[in-house]
Design a protein around this ligand. Structure first.
Ligand SMILES: *Cc1c(COP(=O)(O)O)cnc(C)c1O
Length: 375
C-alpha cells in the first residue's frame, strides 16, 4: 500500500529545522567544511534551491546528467564528471522516485565522497525495502507549497552520522528565528493556500502567486540570491518559525493516524492513460515509489498544457529547464553550461506531471486523462 506514511519518518525527526529545504542543505554542506574551490555534484533537472545552497557555502555545483527516460541522476555521467575537488554528492529522488542508489553509493564509496539525499519530493519511498533518506550521511526535506506535505515554508535535516550530528547541533545555535513580520506573512500565505488549493484552481492560483511574489508581497519559491549578490541571502541564517514547526508536527501526526492512501489516484493514471504520445518514466526495479506527482514524458507537452489551462485542470510543467526556473540566458548565473546534460535538457521539454493529493477527485482524474488522450 502506498501511504504518505510518516511513521518511519517521524522516528528520526530531528531538531534541526530550518527556514527552507535549501537552508538545511546549506547547513550540512557547511558542517562538512565544504567551501571555496570545492564542487558538489548535483543532477541537472533540479530547482534553483539546490545550487543556491551550494553557492551560499562558496562552492560550485557540478552538474550531472539524468539517465534517459529517467528524472534522476545518471551514475555513468557522475563517474565521468567527478574530480578531485568533488566533496559531496546530492542525490535527488525526483517526484518521489528513488535514484539508482546502488550504483551511486558504490561510486561515492570508491571516491570517498559523502552522499546527501534530497528527499524534498518524498517522505516514504523505499529502495530495497529501506526508506530513502537513510542511505546517505544526511537527507533534507521541504514542506513548502507543492511538496508532499505542506506546512508552509520550511526544511528539516536528518543526519545518519553522530559526529556530523554533533557538529550540526553546535552550528544550529547560530541560526536565528525569523522576524515576527516574516512569520506572520508566512502564516497568512499558508491560510490562503489551504483555502484556495483545488486542482481546478491551479492555473489562476499559479498566476496570482507569481504576481504576488514578483511584487514581494509574498515569499516566492525562488529567491535567486546567493550567486549574484555580495554576501548570502538572510534566509541562510534562519530556522523554521515555531508556528510552522507546530503545523508540521500536527500534520505528520494526523497523516500517520489517518494513513491516507492515495494509491487509487496513481493506479488510474497508470492503467487508464493509453495515448501513444506519452511514455512512462523509468523506475528502479527494486524501488517502491510514493509519488509526489505522477510524471509522464509527453511529446505534445505545450499543447497539453494549453488545453489544461483553457479548461482549468491541473497539469504541471516542471521542471521546465535543467535548473528550474532559469531560462537559457540565465544558466550561466548558476554555472550551468548548455548541452552539458542533454538528457535533462530534453526531459525538461517533454515532462508533465499530474496531481496526487487529498483534494483530487474522480472527476479531476477523468478530465486529466481525457486531455492527455485527446492529444
Ligand atoms: C523544493 C525543493 C528543494 C528545497 O526547496 P526550499 O524552497 O528551499 O524548501 C530542494 N530540492 C528539490 C528537488 C525541491 O523540489
Amino acid at each position: 500500500m502506498m501511504l504518505i506514511n510518516s511513521t518511519l519518518f517521524m522516528e528520526k525527526y530531528s531538531d534541526l529545522v530550518f527556514f527552507r529545504g535549501r537552508v538545511a542543505l546549506y547547513s550540512v554542506l557547511s558542517a562538512l567544511d565544504i567551501n571555496e574551490g570545492d564542487q558538489v555534484a548535483i543532477q541537472a533537472f533540479t530547482c534553483i534551491a539546490v545550487p543556491e545552497a551550494i553557492f551560499a557555502c562558496g562552492a560550485t555545483p557540478l552538474y550531472v546528467d539524468t539517465s534517459p527516460q529517467s528524472v534522476n541522476m545518471d551514475s555513468d555521467d557522475l563517474e565521468k564528471k567527478i574530480t578531485a575537488n568533488t566533496k559531496a554528492i546530492v542525490v535527488q529522488h525526483t517526484f518521489g522516485i528513488p535514484a539508482e542508489l546502488d550504483k551511486i553509493i558504490s561510486i561515492a564509496k570508491k571516491h570517498n565522497i559523502p552522499i546527501i539525499e534530497d528527499c524534498c519530493h518524498t517522505l516514504s519511498s523505499t529502495y530495497h525495502g529501506q526508506i530513502v533518506g537513510s542511505f546517505g550521511i544526511a537527507s533534507f526535506y521541504s514542506f513548502e507549497w507543492g511538496k508532499p506535505l505542506v506546512a508552509g515554508m520550511g526544511g528539516i535535516l536528518k543526519v545518519n552520522n553522530s559526529d556530523l550530528q554533533e557538529k550540526l547541533e553546535d552550528n544550529y545555535n547560530n541560526f536565528q528565528y525569523p522576524r515576527f513580520t516574516t512569520e506572520l506573512k508566512l502564516n497568512l500565505q499558508y491560510l490562503a493556500y489551504q483555502f484556495l488549493l483545488r486542482p481546478s484552481w491551479y492555473w489562476q492560483l499559479r498566476s496570482f502567486y507569481h504576481l504576488l511574489s514578483r511584487f514581494g508581497t509574498i515569499k516566492g519559491s525562488y529567491n535567486p540570491t546567493g550567486y549574484d549578490v555580495q554576501g548570502i541571502a538572510e534566509d541562510f541564517s534562519l530556522r523554521m518559525p515555531t508556528s510552522t514547526q507546530k503545523r508540521l508536527t500536527d500534520k505528520l501526526k494526523s497523516n500517520h493516524q489517518n494513513k491516507q492512501d492515495l494509491s487509487w489516484i496513481v493506479e488510474q493514471y497508470k492503467a487508464r492513460i493509453t495515448s501513444s504520445s506519452v511514455q512512462q518514466i523509468s523506475v528502479p526495479s527494486n524501488a517502491s515509489v510514493v509519488y509526489s506527482r505522477y510524471p509522464l514524458i509527453c511529446v505534445n507537452k505545450q499543447k497539453v498544457l494549453e488545453t489544461a489551462k483553457q479548461i482549468n485542470i491541473e497539469i504541471a510543467d516542471w521542471y521546465t529547464t535543467p535548473v528550474h526556473p532559469l531560462a537559457k540566458e540565465k544558466w550561466h548565473l548558476v554555472n550551468y553550461k548548455a548541452d552539458s546534460c542533454p538528457n535533462a535538457e530534453k526531459m525538461a521539454l517533454s515532462i508533465i506531471s499530474l496531481p496526487i493529493n487529498s483534494k483530487v477527485t474522480q472527476k479531476d482524474i477523468d478530465k486529466i486523462i481525457k486531455v492527455i488522450d485527446y492529444h
